[in-house]
Design a protein around this ligand. Structure first.
Ligand code: 3HC
Length: 285
């Protein structure tokens, strides 16, 4: 089976990024969100990212226009999934919402369609179980910012088939990304390592061991990370980070995954990082 048409659910940071890279690879893409203002925001983010690539001389303006032309924004779920061979959901990280989405997708999509989740760490098996095609459900986990990050984790749920994995792998490679295969486990592979590291940086900061700037400087210069852990928390989104850590803590039951109380407090205060204009650092918004 070959992927010809792609649908992305959710036009947020991840959804719009996934729609963009699929369109850049030549796929027609339907990008759906629940309200038109979210769709428009996602389309604007794609345009902004493409403008950036064009301004660096890495893409012709005509090609960028062709890419945006391949992305159709919509609020109509039925229209968005019509004829889609692959649906990637990038909706909110709440299992009950994901399950509703997967049930709807199962009813609306053609029987051969692969249903993928871009979840940061929730159970693919649990989402698959609400469908009548659990073998066609898989995790296809992109990294932020999607247009730049080369990795995609392919998460095999309990009954994901070899064919679903192979087709998804070929799709990811067509996007110019490198897939790694992961058997389902909380946080998968990368977030299981990355998020506790960021969490530790937040503990350090809240204990007054070092300033936010110095913690980040330490990891940039001392561990060769491209940006520091607190700036990365702001990039990922503090709410997303908290979801991942809560998931790891709850599922694995070990204290080492306990989210830093400061992280929870900041999320409650609406300090979500770049997307809200403030997190560990301030952003012009
Ligand atoms: N679209 C297109 N181009 C972009 C872009 C975007 N959204 N964002 C940045 N760029 C381009 C810039 O134009 C610039 O181009 P140039 O090299 O030709 O000048 C280049 O990327 C570098 O950008 P900046 O100079 O603005 O900033 P940096 O040097 O800091 O690089 C970065 C940006 C590549 C994002 C770098 O900071 C980085 O690698 N950060 C770490 C990212 C990371 O670890 N992501 C994973 C998060 S975990 C996750 O997503 C999983 C989830 O489940 C939680």
């Amino acid at each position: 089976m070959e992927i010809k048409k792609v649908c992305v659910l959710g036009a947020g940071i991840m959804g719009s990024g996934i729609a963009q890279v699929a369109a850049q690879a030549g796929f027609p893409v339907a990008m759906r969100d629940v309200e038109d203002r979210f769709v428009q925001k996602g389309l604007a983010a794609i345009k902004q990212s493409l403008d950036r690539i064009v301004s660096k001389g890495k893409m012709e303006a005509g090609e960028a226009a062709a890419v945006t032309g391949r992305v159709k924004g919509t609020t109509d779920l039925k229209e968005a999934v019509a004829d889609a061979d692959l649906v990637v959901e990038a909706v909110i990280e709440v299992m009950e919402v994901k399950k509703i989405v997967f049930k709807e997708l199962d009813a609306l999509c053609k029987p051969t369609a692969i249903l993928a989740s871009n979840t940061s760490g929730l159970s693919i098996t649990e989402m698959a179980a609400v469908t009548r095609r659990p073998e066609k459900v898989i995790g296809v986990h992109f990294f932020n910012p999607v247009p730049l990050m080369k990795l995609v984790e392919l998460i095999r749920g309990f009954v994901t088939s070899d064919e679903t994995l192979a087709v998804s792998k070929a799709f990811v490679q067509k996007l110019g990304k490198t897939p790694i295969e992961v058997t389902e486990a909380p946080g998968f592979a990368v977030n299981r390592i990355l998020c506790p590291m960021i969490n530790e940086a937040i503990f350090l900061y809240s204990e007054g061991v070092a300033s936010a700037e110095d913690i980040d400087q330490g990891m940039v210069l001392g561990a060769n990370h491209p940006i520091g852990p607190l700036a990365l928390a702001d990039l990922v989104g503090l709410d997303t980070l908290l979801h991942v850590l809560d998931g790891l803590h709850c599922e694995l039951g070990e204290d080492k995954y306990r989210p830093a109380p400061l992280l929870r407090k900041m999320v409650r205060a609406g300090y979500l990082g770049r997307k809200s204009g403030k997190g560990f650092f301030a952003y012009g918004k």
